[in-house]
Design a protein around this ligand. Structure first.
Ligand SMILES: [Zn+2]
Length: 134
């Protein structure tokens, strides 16, 4: 399996997990993972430790993409609208955007619980996606 982005998510015995970083000084969590200076301007910490982020969260907002994305993105032919959700991760305090599989925009609601899965993009590489929580 080829990942669309190396180092941003992993698939293992816990399922799909996003990979982030947590500042050792103030606890600020980041996704995607970053290195160097803490993003909190009040902190100044430089030790950002890699963490596996929670695999579940609640819908913060959602929409669909009814038009194919411009190049360099590859869209399916014929194009099928894609459902997107911004999900607030449990316990992490951050919101992560992702494609939703198995649900249409009409089926989503703010606050609905989703869990991570993965699936292929139109040109083949896998990326994290959201689905209804089991
Ligand atoms: Zn910090």
């Amino acid at each position: 399996m080829t990942f669309a982005i190396d180092g941003w998510f992993a698939i293992d015995h816990d399922g799909v997990r996003l990979l982030g970083t947590r500042c050792a000084d103030c606890g600020t969590v980041c996704f995607p993972p970053r290195h160097g200076l803490c993003p909190d301007p009040r902190c100044g910490g430089t030790e950002l430790r890699e963490v596996r982020l929670p695999g579940r969260g609640r819908v913060w907002s959602y929409t669909n993409a009814c038009y194919p994305p411009p190049a360099p993105y590859v869209a399916a032919e014929p194009y099928e609208p894609v459902t997107l959700a911004a999900v607030e991760l449990d316990e992490a305090g951050i919101v992560v955007l992702g494609q939703v599989t198995g649900l249409t925009v009409a089926e989503l609601e703010v606050g609905m619980e989703l869990e991570l899965t993965s699936g292929p993009l139109a040109d083949g590489p896998h990326v994290w996606m959201w689905r209804r929580a089991s």
